[in-house]
Design a protein around this ligand. Structure first.
Ligand code: ARG
Length: 420
């Protein structure tokens, strides 16, 4: 169509939209600069209608009425706001807790866990509003494009995808100029680029600016969720996390739904400076980047869960599960939430976690959450066996030398062969 502008899009993948065929777009809308510019730009460049979808995953401080109003003023046909916190907690965070999910030894995967849910909701809303295409605001350098597009292509082969930020040739300056020209409000100072933020119930990430300089220690202004440990209270605070079958169900004796429990743990951890992670990360698209994470709830709940699991599992289960945990975290990081191996691993996680019930006490103090107490009816632990004082019936100390002789047999033989 001649009225259409150059979209900069030449499809590479089968699921990418042919600009000539785009008629109605479901835009994943955050209300920020990128997706607001996209909202106008899609209408102009594709001569297409836009339906907006904003998903609430518990990111603090959002005004969804404001976002919705902005979308409608910028010409959206409809703007849907979905509160997906319960589903996020139940279907994504609970499995992550059971899998002790940390990628690269430190990242609790909050963004990676949120994307498949956001993209699944985009598919559902695209289908029920007659959209042919889904648009998102990811760049071409990150993991989020992989997670969103892999989800759409898996769940909805009939839908196409556009990623304008990846294809348009606008830098930040041009985006701001475009916004001004089209009456899109630009909030805050426009001189320096802000941090690139993503957050939800399970944590918050910051990227960009000085964070890209590996020799630059964190500046104070990056921490918007967690109190700096230097400023945290001088008195420690104890928190008891109770689990049932691997899922946290109570804090300090008070039963809470998972969403409220995570919110409460976030407050407690944030107050004590807990959950700051300065992380070098191997992205799926090959880049190595640095992220500053603030994840206070994860920094309390994950170590508590892992401790309880260690207590109720045998040495063999404990040796094995870490390997599966790592594989689970990698799959989720890599955007392969819908891959059957993830379901297979979850079956194992479920089975092991059946017995992971009990309470773990942690002491929160100036940036640390340290396990200090444990109790579980399923602990494979017998204080009288472990004690130095006396031997119980299940353990014969006189059997130990025989055990050592057999257990060390091959190692001793190998040593001798190498040293003769
Ligand atoms: N590095 C993290 C990840 O890949 C966080 C990404 C945050 N995303 C963002 N668009 N700022 O999951």
């Amino acid at each position: 169509m001649s009225s259409r502008r150059e979209t900069g899009t030449t499809p590479t993948a089968s699921y990418e939209a042919d600009p000539a065929e785009v008629q109605r777009v479901l835009l994943l809308y955050s209300g920020g600069l990128d997706t607001s510019v996209m909202l106008k730009w899609i209408q102009d460049s594709y001569d297409a209608e836009v339906v907006c979808l904003t998903v609430n995953l518990g990111q603090p401080g959002e005004d969804y009425e404001l976002i919705k109003g902005k979308a409608m003023r910028l010409g959206a046909l409809e703007c849907h706001v979905v509160d997906a916190r319960e589903e996020f907690a139940r279907e994504f965070l609970a499995p992550a807790i059971k899998a002790n999910a940390l990628y690269g030894g430190g990242y609790p995967l909050f963004t990676a866990l949120g994307r498949p849910l956001i993209a699944k909701l985009a598919v559902e809303h695209a289908r029920c509003t007659g959209c042919d295409t889904i648009a998102h605001g990811c760049t071409g350098k990150g993991n989020d494009q992989v997670r969103i597009e892999a989800t759409v292509a898996t769940l909805a082969p009939e839908l196409k995808v556009i990623a304008p930020v990846r294809s348009w040739q606008m830098g930040r300056e041009e985006e701001i100029a475009y916004a001004r020209e089209h009456g899109i409000p630009v909030k805050g100072g426009t001189e320096s680029a802000p941090y690139s933020i993503d957050d939800n119930l399970w944590g918050r990430s910051s990227e960009g600016r000085w964070i890209e300089d590996l020799e630059h220690a964190p500046e104070d202004d990056v921490f918007q969720l967690v109190t700096r440990p230097e400023e945290a209270p001088d008195e420690p605070e104890l928190v008891a996390v109770e689990f049932e079958s691997g899922v946290p169900v109570a804090l300090n004796g008070g039963r809470l739904g998972l969403v409220e429990l995570i919110e409460r743990a976030t407050e407690l951890g944030a107050r004590h400076g807990v959950g700051i992670i300065d992380h070098i990360e191997d992205r799926i698209v090959g880049l190595k980047v640095r992220d500053i994470y603030e994840a206070p709830a994860a920094a309390i709940i994950l170590p508590a869960h892992q401790e309880l699991e260690r207590l109720v599992c045998t040495i063999h289960q404990n040796q094995f599960k870490g390997q599966l945990d790592r594989q689970w975290a990698y799959l989720v990081y890599a955007g392969l939430w819908w891959e059957p191996l993830r379901g297979d691993l979850d079956a194992y996680m479920e089975q092991v976690n059946e017995r992971v019930s009990g309470t773990i006490g942690l002491k929160l103090y100036k940036g640390h959450a340290r396990v200090v107490t444990r109790s579980s009816p399923n602990a494979v632990y017998d204080a009288s066996l472990a004690s130095f004082a006396d031997s119980g019936g299940l353990f014969s100390q006189t059997a130990s030398p025989g055990f050592i002789e057999l257990f060390s047999l091959q190692s001793r033989m190998a040593w001798r062969l190498r040293n003769e």
